[in-house]
Design a protein around this ligand. Structure first.
Ligand code: ZN
Length: 587
């Protein structure tokens, strides 16, 4: 459902409900000079960092980045979809949604799947907390020394012994069993009609998506004789391992604030760290990292520390994930636990300070790999040639040409071979994208953000943008799409800008731009800032191209490819002239 269909309805609701009143019912806010500030409910706020602007109908937290309008606030706070939010706020506002009209919020086909999982999570939780059947589960939680707050926060539950407890419960509550089967809670019987419970006599860990909706379950045995140790939900329309993390719905704010994520292997590691107070954690679910995983992490940070066991299998598993992080342009760090020690045991034996130091002193994955191969070569486990090959293999994962040449230099020193020997072995994957280094980075630059802030406050300056190929200069997708709407339509009313976007990132960008102070009130100064931003973006794009070219030229020289060298040098000269021209403009 497009939000445009509901524009009239949305505006009607916004007109009737005050964002201050709504926010106040969740957190206390105080009037300041221009607006209101309060403790942000979306992260552990101790110093009021959420701003609310009644006139614009917006909120924004300048600490964790949460932001948007009254719908965004309600949706995020209650973990609802937009249609659900629309119908609930319509009720609060006393606006009736006409059933026949196009604007009836249709539920997505997946919403019933989420709902069944939520019902099951509640059922398991009640058994763990209250029922006699949950006794062995309670004992297990107690023995693992997981705090009761953590157990509550992550909705621990217990699937009782027996084949059809859940089936009976769902039947009694008129939940269609064929749909419960779709999310893997129950399994069709082979020889007869009916279903049986997938999870029996297990401690249940609901797995949630980023927005906190239950998408699946992990079940751990409590009787050490049961096999296997863990059973997870099968993949379904709402649960795919390749793009799910355990715990990210709770840890994302911490990751954003600390600007670092610690990646661990499973939910038990996650939970022991989280309940010890280390909350910027995520756990993959029995797979190594995928590209989809990395793009989720990137929303919150570019700094990832992978924590693993220093035994052979731990390292092997970690390498796959680390290589994917490199492939996606991040420079991950690694921290190793002593062999056989899980984080839980490590913290109990060594203490929290020592664990924090371990993370603080984590080293870059590339350095780690270099050291490790050198070590193995010294011990005679691999030959020098194998060492070179292993190092080349890793360097091929580094896509950024500047980073790549840095590590090649370092590797050459370590191996005492000329750089050209490494260059000639490394597949030339990194430099083929010569559209500029900005393209490979998805994070916005401060210049892009500043440009958006000015345009949001002075939308008339959009004509100025049109004089340039501006959309090639903006690397951040959210900023790019917001600017596109501003350039196309202008801004009739600031908060209506939000209606053009469905994604949270765009809403956060817009609310931040609208609520941050620019300190400029005249359009002439604003116009100069726009010129300056564009010049700066052009320059940084040119710089990226020049850097990539320099490396290609180096390679051509080393390969003694005179013709290519000449051609590249000409290109280089042209770009340098262009750059000088832009520098003149930027002044
Ligand atoms: Zn916040």
């Amino acid at each position: 459902m497009s939000k445009f269909n509901n524009e009239a309805l949305v505006n009607e609701i916004k007109g009737r409900l005050s964002i201050i009143n709504l926010v106040e019912s969740y957190t206390s806010v105080k009037k300041t000079g221009k607006g209101y500030v309060g403790l942000c409910p979306f992260h552990d706020d101790t110093n009021p960092s959420m701003h609310v602007d009644e006139d614009k109908g917006l909120f924004h937290c300048f600490s964790c980045g949460a932001g948007g309008d009254i719908f965004g606030f309600y949706m995020r706070y209650n973990n609802l979809t937009f249609p659900e939010t629309l119908s609930e706020l319509a009720k609060k506002a006393g606006v009736t949604i006409e059933k026949e009209s196009e604007s009836v919020p249709k539920k997505s086909p997946n919403s019933v799947l989420y709902k069944i999982n939520a019902v099951a999570a509640k059922y398991y939780r009640n058994i763990l907390q209250e029922s006699n059947q949950g006794k062995s589960g309670r004992e297990y939680v107690e023995n693992r020394k997981i705090s009761s707050e953590t157990a509550k926060e992550f909705i621990f539950g217990f699937a009782p012994e027996g084949w059809d407890n859940l089936v009976k419960f769902l039947t009694k509550n008129k939940v269609p069993l064929n749909i419960a089967e779709k999310v893997g809670l129950i399994v069709k019987r082979n020889n007869s009609d009916g279903y049986y419970d997938r999870f029996r006599n297990r401690l249940m860990f609901p797995i949630c998506n980023v927005d906190g909706k239950v998408i699946g379950f992990g079940g751990r045995r409590v009787d050490e004789e049961d096999e296997p140790k863990y059973i997870n939900s099968p993949e379904s329309d709402i649960y795919q391992k390749r793009k799910s993390f355990y715990g990210i719905n709770k840890s994302k704010g911490h990751i954003r604030r600390e600007d670092r994520a610690i990646l661990v292997e499973g939910y038990t590691d996650f939970l022991s760290l989280y309940s010890s107070g280390i909350k910027n954690v995520v756990a993959s679910l029995g797979t190594s990292l995928t590209r989809e995983h990395v793009s989720i992490l990137r929303r919150y940070t570019n700094n990832v520390v992978v924590l693993f066991d220093s035994d052979e299998s731990g390292r092997k598993a970690a390498k796959k994930s680390l290589d994917v992080l490199l492939d996606e342009g991040l420079l991950p760090h690694v921290a190793e636990l002593p062999p056989g020690k899980d984080p839980d045991l490590y913290i109990i034996e060594e203490g929290l300070d020592k664990f924090n130091a371990l993370i603080e002193n984590s080293i870059s994955w590339v350095d780690f790999w270099f050291d490790m191969t050198r070590d193995r070569q010294k011990k005679g486990m691999i030959t020098r040639k194998q060492m070179l090959e292993e190092i080349v293999e890793l360097i091929e994962h580094i896509k950024d040409p500047v980073e790549r040449s840095f590590w090649i230099k370092k590797a050459a020193q370590m191996l005492s071979v000329p750089e050209s020997q490494i260059y000639s072995r490394v597949k030339r994957g990194g430099t083929q994208n010569r559209t500029g280094a900005t393209k490979t980075k998805q994070t916005y630059s401060n210049t892009e953000k500043l440009l958006l802030t000015v345009l949001v406050k002075f939308p008339d300056l959009r004509v100025q943008l049109n004089e340039h190929q501006w959309n090639e200069l903006i690397a951040d997708r959210s900023i790019n799409s917001v600017l596109e709407v501003i350039v196309e339509k202008g801004i009739s009313d600031p908060s209506s800008l939000l209606l053009s976007f469905d994604d949270k990132e765009a809403h956060e960008m817009i609310s931040e731009a609208l609520l941050s102070s620019l300190g400029v009130s005249d359009v002439e100064t604003a116009s100069k800032i726009v010129e300056g931003c564009i010049a700066k973006l052009k320059l940084s794009k040119l710089d990226g191209k020049l850097k990539a070219l320099r490396i290609e030229i180096d390679e051509a020289v080393k390969e003694k490819n005179v013709q290519l060298e000449k051609q590249l040098l000409e290109e280089y000269r042209d770009l340098t002239i262009q750059k000088q021209r832009e520098e003149g403009r930027a002044l």
